[in-house]
Design a protein around this ligand. Structure first.
Ligand code: UDP
Length: 329
């Protein structure tokens, strides 16, 4: 297939691009490189540097490519930032996704895999989280993802778009061969922050909240490896029925607390990793982990990385080899 990947230079997008290239697909990455990295783009893919807000460039790119499908990753994804700058999030995520859908409709591209998030559920009534639980996002980031899902779902009904929304939990880890990994600036995510302390790039890790109603008081999350995300994106595309909207929760099905993760990182790195209790971070639900049964039975997908230690090993290999991220390579 000819596939356009928006945000294909970003963390999850770049790993999915590699997966598609390895499966023999022809990939064009569309990315403004403000968050993503040129070095993260698989050399087998063609890179178009541009913004989704640039309707002319997007239209020209779609006209030239005769695309069978789009994978849509391009988005801002920092929960805390979304609380302070909601309109930036609505413009970047919602408005630009609508522009993409319009361009797809106008160019008759009828297959889409959308990078959604477990943030659409907000604070769930129970865990593990299944797809039919209420969607009550508690921050602007989650609300933008849900709004986009609605626009996609309505497009499926109105003009035959076939689309899958993959609601992933916490993307984690790095390519097994160490070639690409996670590099955000500023870095807000737990695993890279923990590993940066191990590398001596920070004195200690702040644990945001130790009084949550969880077994050890710290937040529980489901860390899903980026290579497993690459597999499920490709499988969703391969099996996409026409005119139909599907959604899947994508996680390992196992919750890991912040404290457990730090302990596992100490074992993997052999470093001390000092950690201290800090106040809760606004907008953080206490406990999120997936029920991935629907994705497993419908798509035949199965996560390969089910142990947090294995996921941390791949992340550690990347961070140790690239202590300054992509900019240092
Ligand atoms: N977290 C933390 N210290 C940090 C960064 C994150 O305690 O320096 C916690 C955060 O409060 C959340 C979990 O780690 O409970 C995962 O946070 P992350 O930002 O990686 O992902 P999120 O779940 O917010 O998408």
């Amino acid at each position: 297939m000819n596939i356009l990947v928006t945000g294909g230079a970003g963390y999850v997008g770049s790993h999915c691009v590699r997966n598609l290239c390895e499966a023999g697909h022809s990939v064009v990455v569309y990315d403004h490189l403000e968050v993503g990295h040129r070095q993260a783009v698989d050399p087998r893919a063609r890179l178009v540097v541009g913004d989704l807000g640039d309707a002319t460039l997007l239209g020209n790119t779609l006209s030239e490519g005769s695309f069978d499908a789009v994978m849509h990753f391009a988005a801002l994804a920092d929960v805390n930032e979304s609380v302070n700058h909601p309109l930036r999030y609505y413009r970047n995520n919602v408005v630009n996704s609508i522009r993409l859908l319009e361009a797809m409709r106008d160019h008759d591209v009828k297959r889409l895999v959308f990078s959604s998030s477990c943030a659409v559920y907000g604070i769930p009534p129970a865990v593990p989280i299944s797809e039919d639980m209420p969607k009550n996002p508690v921050n602007p980031y989650g609300r933008t993802k849900l709004a986009i899902e609605w626009a996609i779902q309505d497009s499926a009904a109105a003009w035959g778009l076939g689309a899958t929304a993959l609601r992933y939990f916490n993307a984690a880890g790095a390519a097994e061969d160490g070639t690409i990994g996670e590099d955000h600036d500023p870095e807000s995510h737990l695993i890279p922050r923990v590993l940066k302390v191990a590398l001596g790039q920070g004195e200690q890790l702040s644990i945001f909240g130790v009084d949550y109603p969880t077994p050890d008081g710290s937040c529980v999350r489901d860390y899903i490896h980026v290579e497993d995300l690459g597999d499920i994106h490709r499988m969703a595309l391969d099996t996409q029925p026409e005119g139909c909207f599907r959604c899947y929760n994508v996680g390992t099905g196992r919750g890991v607390s912040v404290k457990e993760l730090i302990e596992a990182a100490r074992e993997v790195t052999g470093c001390d990793i000092p950690a201290t209790s800090a106040p809760r971070r606004e907008g953080d639900p206490p406990e999120l982990y997936a029920d991935p049964a629907r994705a497993m039975s419908d798509l035949g997908w199965k996560p390969k990385y089910t142990e947090i230690r294995r996921t941390l090993e791949t992340a550690w290999a990347w961070h140790r080899a690239n202590p300054q991220g992509f900019t240092g390579t």
